[in-house]
Structures are given as structure tokens and as C-alpha cells.
Design a protein around this ligand. Sequence first.
Ligand SMILES: *Cc1c(COP(=O)(O)O)cnc(C)c1O
Length: 430
Amino acid sequence: MKFYSTNNVSHISDLKSAVLNGLAPDKGLYMPEVIPELSQDFWGRLPDLSLGEIGFEVLKPYFCPDIPEAKFKTLTAEAFNFPIPLKKVSDNISVLELFHGPTLAFKDIGARFLARVMAQFTEGLDKTINVLVATSGDTGSAVANGFLGVEGVKVFVLYPKGLVSEVQEKQFTTLGQNITAIEVDGTFDDCQALVKTAFMDEALREQLILTSANSINLARFLPQMVYYFYAYAQAVKKGIKEISISVPSGNFGNLTAGLIAQQMGLPVKQFIAATNINDIVPKYLESGIYTPAPSIATPANAMDVGDPSNFVRIRELFKENIVDIRSYIKGFTCENETIFKTIESVYEQFNYELDPHGAIAYHSLAQLLIGNEHGVFLATAHPAKFPETVEKLIGKEIEQPDRLKEFMKGEKRVESSTNNYESFKSLLTN
Ligand SMILES: *Cc1c(COP(=O)(O)O)cnc(C)c1O
């Protein structure tokens, strides 16, 4: 498969350079040249396939033979190695729990796959690949854990000193091996600026191979298709034939993956783009005008995005046709107060513990379902990652999963940097 840039259809790239560069040279995002339909035979076998097997079959047209099939089979089995259960919450609403991976967040899925794809491309190189990631909390932990122990790749996680929660910090500062955490005396924006400066430093790039791991990378968002197929497979087994799916959205990588799955043939009645008050996309769906804005802090902070990076991919999928876009995607926005009320009432009525992101997806779905349709919402983070918000609303302590307890026991090891570029660069080159 070849990939083109959203800024220029005639800029074509192969898989390897699209993955290693992340962004096209014209700053566009890479899109697959074709979206293949899955065979009749695949749909017949789908209900009996494991998550890893679904991953292999669905992603093979994009990643093979650039990655040899036999290797790709092992890769998908290793990347998708944790459960993603579909559970009933009420009569007509089920939840797809995407938070049973190493850092209890759905970003684990994309990060684990991306790490293994990059490792394929380092074979035969005499240099290591250096992944730079600036984080305000969750991305750093998913990327660090996804790449942990992957040969030929080193990860540098930059984070603002004293500004991430203890749980988040433990998840990327205690790992060791090929992961280096750098505590920056500054803000998240300073961390991002240091990474950007490094990418533009030609002298440094002659010395080191640098790359990024955010959701503009096609090897991070495409693997997210896998759980949409898996959700459908589980629904079919329960006798549900058609579903609407609510996606709690920030940069819209998750929803983009769902839409591509649909174009490959997945029967989805309706997608719901659920947002917090950073409601750029719901507003676009209403007015047809895309107006980015500075992001506003909310209790669902992984969705605090004022200019969603993947939205350009959605417009490209529908060739900018707003009528089409509206027929596949409904928007819904939740105020902060709604997030709190939803966590409270869903626990009270159904004994189900939501995190703030999942609460937005649930509420938006409950509002938009019609008649006796069946709806699925994506739960993107474990509620134990947000104890300050959730515990007082449900009136009890949330049990910490063992994995989180293990992280908390680990010893923090970090390098320190000022927000001065030379200080950061010397850490990279030593
Ligand atoms: C990143 C994230 C989101 C938003 O996903 P996008 O693909 O950026 O839309 C939602 N919930 C959680 C918990 C996240 O970490």
C-alpha cells in the first residue's frame, strides 16, 4: 500500500517513510491510497477470530508485504494481547472497555502496535531510532510502555516537573531499559517546544534518527480499527446485528479509525462524535464551518483539544462533503456538570464505574439513541486513573488494578533538564 498527503494527493510515500516521518514533508497527514473491502469469507469467520487474528486480517492490506506476512502475524498477536470486553450496562447500551492494557488507557493499543512496526524498520539499520514525546500525562505513559524493551528504539519522554499526577508520573519514570524520562523545569508547552526545536535541528538529525509517536502517525491510528471489528463480532454473538458507536473524542484519531473500518465494510448505523466543551467538531457539523479555538481545561483532560489534528483525515475520507459527513457522524457536547452527573447516575442506576471520558461517550449515546436501537460507547480510560474526580461522585474508593499498584511501588528515575534547548540536547547526545 502507498500513502498520500492530505495536502497533496500526488505526494506519495511508502509505508516505511510514512511511519518513520509521521508527517508528510508538506505537513499534510498520510492517508491510505485505497481502502480495501474485506472479503465475504472474512465476515463469516469474524465471530470466531481472536483480537490478534482480526488485527492481522484487517491491517494486512496496509502493512504487508512491506512487513512480511509471517512477521506481521506475530507482531499483531503481540501488540493486541489484552482483553477488550464488550459488556452490557443497560438494556440497550453496552460498553467496549479499551482500558485493560499496560497503562489502563486506550492509547496502549496504538502505541504497542506503532512500537512494533517501527522496530521492523530498524532491522538492518546500524543506528537506533529515537522517539521524542512531550506529555502532559497520558500519552507519555502509553508510548513509553508500548516501546518498553523494543530493540533498536530509544524513547525520551519529556514532562513538566511537578505538573503531572503521581499515578501518571510513575507510569513512565519507573521503567528503565530503553525509556528515559526527562523532567523539564517548565510547562507542557516548553516540553513541546524542546521537541519541535530538536526536529528542526539539522545538525542533530545528521547525528541521530528522530521520530515522534503521536496520533498523526498512521501506524498509531490505523490499528485502532481492530476493536471496532471486535466489538461488532461480540455484538453479533449476542444477537445484535447493527450498532451505533459513541466515541469520546479529542484529536479524533479514534473516530477516524472507526470510519475507515466502516468503509472497509463494518456495519455501523451511526457514529457519535462525543466531546467536552471543546466542541469544535459538533459546531462544525452544525454550521459547516471549522473554527479552531484555544483549548479549555475540563475533567476529561485527554479530550481538551481546540484544533483536532486528525479532523483533516475525516474531511478527506468524505472529500469535504458536509452532507455525507453529517449522515455518518452526529455530534454531541457535554458540559462539565453533565460529566459529573453522568458518573453519579450511571453508578447509581447500573452499578457501573465510569471515568470522565467514558461518561461523555455514555451520555452522548443515551441522548441520541432512538427507539430500541442498540448502542455501544467506548470507555477509553480506567476510572482508577481519575480517583480525585470519580471517588467523591460515587461515594466510595475505586479499587486499583494490580498493574497500577505495581507502578506505584516502582522507583522514580529521571534526568533533569532546564527549558533551555542546549541542556536538553546534551541529554540526547550523551
Ligand atoms: C487520547 C484520549 C482520548 C481522545 O482520543 P482521540 O483519538 O484523540 O480523539 C479520549 N479518552 C482518553 C482517555 C484519551 O487518553
